[in-house]
Write a protein that binds this ligand. Structure first.
Ligand SMILES: [Zn+2]
Length: 113
């Protein structure tokens, strides 16, 4: 297994109830303010020899902002979210693993829609 030097992490909202609501919308709708403006950032932590990666994906609500508005904003490496305040403040993370069949967000594997 190779590594990019990053570590798996979890940030932001971690309540199963709220994350499940977000998951049901296919990660497209903020569960707090219903905005469909969601920023996504994939952090790859490791690659296996077959090329499968695993790591953490962070989703953050942008509210009424557009991707152009936040184009120059960078993902903060410490807080793992966009620097500054955005949207309603909702952000969350899911662990993913490309080895998993079907839903590669393995934390959601046993959730039922
Ligand atoms: Zn929101």
């Amino acid at each position: 297994m190779g590594t990019t030097g990053d570590v798996t992490f979890s940030v932001g909202e971690q309540s199963e109830e709220i994350r499940k609501k977000f998951w049901i919308s296919n990660y497209k709708k903020c569960p707090m303010c219903n905005s469909e403006n969601i920023a996504v950032n994939w952090s790859v932590c490791a690659y296996r020899q077959n090329g499968d990666g695993s790591g953490t994906v962070v989703y953050q609500c942008l509210g009424n902002e557009t991707r152009n508005d936040v184009e120059k904003v960078t993902w903060d490496k410490t807080t793992r979210k966009l620097s500054g305040e955005h949207g309603c403040g909702f952000y969350t993370s899911f662990l993913y693993d490309e080895r998993e069949s079907g839903d590669e967000h393995f934390q959601t594997k046993y959730w039922k829609k």
